[in-house]
Write a protein that binds this ligand. Sequence first.
Ligand code: NDP
Length: 213
Amino acid sequence: MPVKIYHDDDADVNIVRSKTVAFIGYGNQGRAQALNLRDSGVNNIVIGNIDDDYAKQAREDGFDPVSIEEAVRQGNILMLLIPDEDQQTVWNEKIRQNIKSSTTLVVASGYNVAFNLLDLPDDMDVVMVAPRMIGAGVRDRYVQNIPYPCFVSVEKDASGTALATCLSIACAIGATRGNGAVGSSCREEAGIDLFAEQALWPEIMAIFREGYN
Ligand code: NDP
């Protein structure tokens, strides 16, 4: 099957500009993506984080952070940008009961969706916008107008418009520039990451160790 590549021309950035985008987490990816969205003209951004150094950083960047629960209550789009291993617990304790109707969940990693670890409302769209790049790279490349690799996918299309929302977000963070964003799936992205982390890199390290010994 040919791989589908999406470019800026495929996306309408006005879709995300018309929404309230709630960030769950303001770390590596959260900060970079929030700043990129704001610079792309997305005015309604709410940061959800406990009141710690991440919230302090958000305030220094000109945002007004609130609790995760409050951010979820406000958002039409939820950017789930906390570590994969914490997502299921935070989802069950702080997110699930506060989700508005007809929202879109955006993940930057396929793991929790691929393995069905999140209890998703029936009317929720679920998409993946997964930069293959650390947050600092996502931000620096956006500012310098340099493309970077990114996987995108639609995992659940309750509204019938999930792809358009997905591409609008990808475009607004700078991921559809240049060579474009690569159509993939949460299952494929999670499989690639698990293979690299659990098989490939341990083998490479073992070869180095063996060579040294
Ligand atoms: P970070 O470790 O940088 O996330 C830190 C943020 O998560 C902070 O806002 C922190 O807030 C919050 N957080 C951490 N633990 C909890 C918790 N238990 N409850 C609530 N909030 C919590 O994560 P990344 O940005 O690296 O990763 C986010 C997503 O992006 C993941 O899905 C990851 O796989 C994906 N991704 C990461 C890439 C990378 O290079 N790192 C690349 C591409 C995708 P606080 O501690 O204050 O609660």
